[in-house]
Ligand binder design. Structure first.
Ligand code: NAD
Length: 353
């Protein structure tokens, strides 16, 4: 519900110093202010705190997302190795963010190998290879458990069919490796098949992950009329591949759709190599190199989720035409503009609209 005409939305800017999160979040805020979007940002930090001997996300952040039910999130680095919780995983589990929607659409006027990419990939977001259950059986032998449940498979499959129906896509393709993982991926497919029975107007088929990778790279066109749904890890990898087809990670948005909340975020990570202070906080290695488009497009998915479609369209037009014009674009897209110059160019277009 809007309060005094404005909707409260939680903003998690992402890691400061070693990540590009705060820089790109700042750009989104500036663009929203220029477009007069009726949103009140409630900024929270998810830097872990100690509670009962465990590192957890601060209560204030959890309460804010619970209350607002929508959040925009900058990237958070996941420390590699033992003893660290992945904050991204914790957020997904805390709010039951069961489906990760990743659209990849060619930007008109921005030249890449293909100009007709329009894929939508829906990734199961809570289990699979990301169950985090790993142990050493004996010295030198480690086992990692890929967990697939009927409940989570059925839930994400149903979401994929609903998404196809609501967005005018006529087919759902389940992407799998059931030829090798007969029981786990086999059950994922069985759940998709069962759900497909409830959607007679949407065609359904299944394809192997490796074949899909090859086919999408050779000719993405046939994927423009469908939704692909798949277990967690496959979605992680295939979506980066699709991002490569439209100009890279700086351009691809995503939405984590959940039972208790929905959190929108870029597909990319914290990009420590181009962060404000670089991976080393003492040595300033770069500034303004980050492309805020992926986070901006994620925020537009959020606006559409909130039925604020007119604002989303206005901002999308301003951002995409700035990229298409090619004069003020960031380095990852082959330009020379800083994050701020690119943001200012979008703001200028919004004022001129
Ligand atoms: P990354 O996505 O951060 O970076 C990959 C490459 O893409 C880098 O060269 C980077 O400079 C470039 N890039 C990414 N976003 C860009 C942008 N907006 N503009 C311009 N260039 C951009 O992947 P990584 O380096 O493997 O991961 C870094 C950290 O991010 C890791 O700790 C990882 O766990 C974390 N991560 C977080 C999320 C998330 O918060 N959802 C997602 C993926 C990775």
């Amino acid at each position: 519900q809007p309060i005094q005409g404005k909707y409260a939305v939680t903003l998690i800017p992402g890691d400061a110093f070693t990540g590009i999160g705060p820089e790109i979040s700042h750009a989104v805020k500036a663009i929203y202010a220029a477009a007069e979007v009726p949103i009140e940002w409630e900024e929270v930090s998810v830097t872990p705190v100690l509670k009962g001997g465990k590192t957890v996300i601060p209560d204030a952040a959890i309460t804010s997302v619970k209350r607002n039910t929508v959040a925009l999130k900058g990237p958070l680095a996941t420390p590699i190795g033992k003893g660290h919780v992945s904050l991204n995983l914790t957020l997904r589990r805390t709010f039951n963010l069961f489906a990760n929607v990743r659209p990849c659409v060619s930007i008109k006027g921005f030249k890449t190998a293909y100009d007709d990419v329009n894929t939508v990939l829906i990734r199961e977001n809570t289990e699979g290879e990301y169950s985090g259950i790993e142990h050493e059986i004996v010295d030198g032998v480690v086992q990692s458990i890929k967990l697939i449940t009927w409940q989570a498979s059925e839930r994400v499959a149903r979401y994929a069919f609903h998404y196809a129906q609501a967005n005018g896509r006529r087919r759902v393709t389940a992407v799998h490796k059931a030829n090798i993982m007969k029981m786990s991926d086999g059950m994922f497919l069985a759940a998709c098949r069962e759900v497909s029975g409830d959607f007679p107007n949407i065609a359904y088929d299944e394809d192997l992950l490796d074949r899909v990778c090859l086919q999408v790279c050779q000719n993405p066109r046939p994927y423009a009329d469908r939704v692909m749904v798949m277990p967690n890890l496959y979605g992680d990898i295939l979506s980066d591949m699709c991002a490569g087809l439209i100009g890279g990670l700086g351009l691809t948005p995503s939405g984590n759709i959940g039972r208790d909340a929905s959190i929108f975020e870029a597909v990319h990570g914290s990009a420590p190599d181009i962060a404000e202070f670089g991976a080393n906080p003492i040595r300033k290695i770069g500034k303004g190199l980050a492309n805020p488009t992926a986070l901006l497009l994620s925020s537009l998915m959020m606006l559409r989720h909130m039925n604020l479609n007119t604002y989303a369209e206005r901002i999308e037009k301003a951002a995409l035409s700035t990229i298409a014009e090619g004069k003020t674009i960031t380095g990852d897209l082959g330009g020379k503009a800083t994050t701020k110059e690119f943001t200012d160019a979008i703001v200028k277009r919004l004022h001129a609209q």
